[in-house]
Design a protein around this ligand. Structure first.
Ligand SMILES: Cc1cc2nc3c(=O)[nH]c(=O)nc-3n(C[C@H](O)[C@H](O)[C@H](O)COP(=O)(O)OP(=O)(O)OC[C@H]3O[C@@H](n4cnc5c(N)ncnc54)[C@H](O)[C@@H]3O)c2cc1C
Length: 278
């Protein structure tokens, strides 16, 4: 993270492309507008994206950490700022502060099996971790991606999911909560897929991101498979404002999500994880 006051001053980035992912979600690609070099980040980190005159929101980086020239975010348009982001066109300029926060422990997981569990938009912050794992495939044991969305229309990155499915050394399990009768895939919440995953629970690192209720049930299911709380990592995406631990908006027990998270080891936040607002 850049030091103060730099971390409070947004840098200008120009929109290269806005790509529709689903009816309410899009991927926005940005490049530095001031000719700056690429944008190094670690999988799991986020930026504050500022739409001038509208506001600023935290959004995880969803691109490939080895492709530093283009900064990629996948955004669900839910309110004022995210809808303004969706209206941006190629050539428009946004402010970027970051990268902020902790990252997925992909390097620490070398030698282990890895299970990635994503719910809905939660696949976006996990995608950089998947890129990393796949580009260093030989360093890991089994790798499984377990992904659930509400409906087929809510599934992100469909063509990429198909590509990942074609990898013989990556297990991909996808489910939707509800589907039309013509869907021949899995129907049910994402946790129902976890028992199928072929990993060695004593040598597995789990990376989890999605709605909090989904993460709670996922953690429970992972623990019942024998995966220890120390080996489960979750990304908490609760509302925040400053991203540098000043304003207290995102205080979570004794930690701040912006600077101590968003990626936490479950063992460390277990006592207050189940509380709705803390
Ligand atoms: C670390 C972090 C990473 C994030 N990464 C992504 C990402 O990759 N993609 C993405 O689409 N979103 C992400 N979010 C959520 C995103 O920041 C919010 O959706 C955004 O701030 C909403 O702003 P808005 O002005 O569009 O909506 P507002 O007009 O402020 O709010 C619209 C509605 O969304 C609710 N809301 C606002 N923020 C959140 C939140 N963080 N969690 C739950 N509900 C919220 C509000 O209470 C309100 O009901 C992330 C949040 C955090 C903290």
């Amino acid at each position: 993270m850049a030091g103060l006051p730099g971390s409070l001053v947004p840098s200008p980035f120009r929109v290269q492309r806005v790509r529709r992912e689903t009816y309410d979600t899009f991927t926005i690609e940005l490049e530095p507008a001031n000719g700056a070099d690429g944008f190094p980040f670690a999988a799991g980190q986020f930026n504050m994206l500022y739409v001038f005159g509208v506001g600023e929101v935290p959004i995880s980086i969803s691109g490939d950490p080895t492709k530093r020239q283009t900064l990629v975010h996948t955004v669900r348009a839910v309110g004022t700022v995210t809808q303004a982001l969706r209206r941006l066109k190629r050539g428009d300029v946004v402010g970027v502060r970051g990268p902020f926060g902790t990252h997925w422990p992909v390097e620490e997981a070398v030698g282990s099996d890895v299970v990635v569990v994503a719910g809905g938009i939660g696949l976006a912050p996990l995608r950089p971790a998947l890129y990393y794992l796949l580009s260093n495939r030989e360093k890991y044991g089994r790798i499984a991606l377990v992904y659930g969305a509400r409906t087929l229309q809510d599934l992100l990155y469909k063509s990429e999911l198909e590509k990942w499915r074609s990898h013989l050394d990556l297990e991909v399990e996808v489910s939707v909560d509800t589907a039309a009768a013509s869907w021949r895939g899995n129907v049910g919440v994402v946790t129902t897929l976890i028992p199928r995953v072929q990993v060695d629970p004593f040598h597995t690192v789990a990376l989890v991101c999605g709605p909090e209720v989904m993460m709670r049930f996922t953690v429970r299911e992972l623990e019942s498979r024998g995966i220890e709380p120390e080996d489960i990592f979750i990304s908490m995406e609760r509302n925040m404002k400053c991203a540098i631990g000043f304003c207290g908006h995102c205080q979570f027990g004794s930690t701040f999500i912006c600077k101590d998270g968003p990626v936490f080891c479950y063992a460390e936040i277990q006592p207050f994880f189940a509380k709705r607002e803390i």
